[in-house]
Design a binder for this molecule. Sequence first.
Ligand code: HEM
Ligand code: HEM
Length: 281
Amino acid sequence: MNKTAHRIYLGTMTGIVIVVTGYLFYIGSPYYQTAIEERFYHPDHLNLKPSGPLGHGMGIVGTLMMVVGVFGYQARKYMRSLAGIWILKHWLEFHIFLCTLGPILVLFHTSFKFGGLVSISFWSMVAVVASGVVGRFIYLQIPRTLQGRELSLHEISEMRGEFSVMLEKVLGVEKWQHITELINRSGKGNNLFYQFYADWQTKRAIRKQLMKAKVDRENLNHVMDLVSHELGMKQKIERLQLMQKLFNYWHVIHLPFAIVMLVIMLVHVGITLAFGYRWIF
Ligand code: HEM
Ligand code: HEM
């Protein structure tokens, strides 16, 4: 998928979510705004109640979307045979699309009344979606290869490795050791916000030393570029470590709530089938 196709792909999914949600609000709001005791007499009741053709249908389609969204992504992640079809990043985007639109349809299926055992499923779904948004944010902070695979610390360290060689070429041996030390010490033990300030100070200190050592202008600029790049990589590594830790904690919320939702939903479906609800069939 090239850049334009990717934009169209994202735009289409976002558009579908917005249009469907808007349409359902538009056709349903007079009914959903009616008090629960009076809904029975509303002309849309037969169609929009959770067991009505549209209400029930939205529950089924929404649930199917979530199931495909979850298992599709998991399958792509763990089955080698699917590795050639789309990169992981696009599957995750599809997961987010289906698992956003699905819950919206289920929300309309409930007709905004959340009672009984199945309300646990509903609120778990809300927790999964909310944690999904947070997870997406953390996920975006983790550096990745083009294929969407997490870059390992080793790979990033390797990208850093060239620095010393380049520096040695420009400055000779003793000086670069000192500069590397300054870089490694920059902002150590501080939060990421302070890091920017600490890095700025480090750059200033290095520049001063280079000027004192009378390094010529061209080399000085070259070294400062290298230093900036190096400090950037160092920040990336620290951020990666922090985000990986956060992401591990995050899975502890997203996955169990998804399971609770799924299990209670199955019980809910079992009960409705036992009571003879069959949708349009
Ligand atoms: C995560 C998915 C689902 C959630 C959170 C959910 C939630 C709900 C809620 C809150 C109600 C209203 C209960 C009430 O009237 O107090 C309801 C009713 C209903 N749901 Fe679902 N639902 C889900 C999926 C499904 C699926 C997949 C089906 C069908 C295969 C289904 C069939 C029904 C039916 C038939 C009713 C009406 C039951 C009645 O009026 O007694 N639901 N659901
Ligand atoms: C009801 C809706 C949803 C369900 C049932 C669901 C379920 C899941 C499951 C089972 C996983 C795999 C967890 C694991 O490997 O430990 C997952 C991963 C993920 N989901 Fe969701 N999800 C939902 C909605 C969302 C939404 C709305 C977003 C973002 C806005 C989102 C973002 C993510 C991310 C970033 C991952 C991690 C990908 C990875 O580790 O490779 N999810 N989801």
